[in-house]
Structures are given as structure tokens and as C-alpha cells.
Design a protein around this ligand. Structure first.
Ligand SMILES: [Zn+2]
Ligand SMILES: [Zn+2]
Length: 158
């Protein structure tokens, strides 16, 4: 048991917040997953960052650069602005946030609107830098059972 406050800024204990998801419990919503991914960067939990990315994208992730970014940064905080359902479908969501960190080149703040999809009770981050390979009428790579054009393709066209 850890008695430290969670780095995600929730004000609660790590074990009762992101640590709960790091230990294997599925995050209940996109914002919780997003927060737990930020905390995983802080704690250097690279496996967690890979595992919570859309399975169809995991093989294309640059594990070394994720690890380097995690290790070479001093993480200063996270602010979640909003969490919204995308396209009226509860299994799709956007989370808008700003993360701050410090590294050898100075202090940085990065505001991002990240995309998430839920499948079989698990939320996944959709990495906008890894294109999903599917035609508009193909089954979506997120394995939702829907056609790509009705599902995650919207994350890449906006
Ligand atoms: Zn947390
Ligand atoms: Zn999809």
C-alpha cells in the first residue's frame, strides 16, 4: 500500500485512484483511463501505456520513445478540462487536457484532445499518430463490430 497522493491531480491516494487501474481493474470511463495513463508516464509504467492503447495499434508503438519520454521528463501536473461523448455513441469519447512537464530543454505544457474507445468493458486510447488500416466499409479495427466509417474513422478525419 502506498500513502502518496495520486500524480493525476485528483487529490486522492494513488492506490484509490490511478493505482487501482494500474493493478488491473478496468478504468470505468475515458477520463479515468486518461488520468491513469498520465500517472503511468509519471511512474514509468510502459507496459500499461502500451496495453491501454487500441490493440490494433500496439504493434506499431515506439516503445523506446515512450520509455525515454517517461524517464527523461519531470512531470509537473495534469488538468482535465472536459470529457465528452463523440458522435452520440457512448463507447466513443474525447478527453481534453493539459499536461505539464520539465525536461532538459525547459518547461512544457501540452493541450490535447485525445480520443478513446470502449470495447468489452475496457477503454482504450487511440493514438492519432498510428493510422488504423481499414477501408470505410471494413470492420473497425477496434473490434466493435461496426463498420470503420461509422466507428473510429471519425477520430482520424477531424
Ligand atoms: Zn489518479
Ligand atoms: Zn472503432
Amino acid at each position: 500500500m502506498s500513502t502518496s497522493i495520486c500524480p493525476c491531480g485528483s487529490g486522492t491516494l494513488l492506490d484509490a485512484c490511478c493505482g487501482h487501474y494500474h493493478s488491473g481493474h478496468p478504468a470505468p470511463c475515458a477520463e479515468a483511463l486518461m488520468r491513469s495513463r498520465y500517472t503511468a508516464y509519471v511512474l514509468g509504467l510502459i507496459d500499461y501505456l502500451v496495453d491501454t492503447t487500441l490493440p490494433a495499434q500496439q504493434a506499431a508503438l515506439d516503445r523506446q520513445s515512450i520509455s525515454d519520454w517517461s524517464a527523461n521528463s519531470t512531470w509537473l501536473g495534469l488538468e482535465v478540462e472536459s470529457s465528452e461523448v463523440f458522435g452520440g455513441q457512448t463507447e466513443h469519447a474525447f478527453v481534453t487536457f493539459t499536461a505539464r512537464w520539465h525536461d532538459s530543454t525547459g518547461e512544457h505544457g501540452h493541450r490535447e484532445r485525445s480520443s478513446f474507445v470502449q470495447n468489452a468493458g475496457h477503454w482504450y486510447f487511440i493514438d492519432p499518430t498510428v493510422q488504423l488500416k481499414a477501408g470505410r466499409n471494413d470492420a473497425c479495427p477496434c473490434a466493435s463490430g461496426q463498420k470503420f466509417k461509422k466507428c473510429c474513422s471519425g477520430y482520424f478525419s477531424s
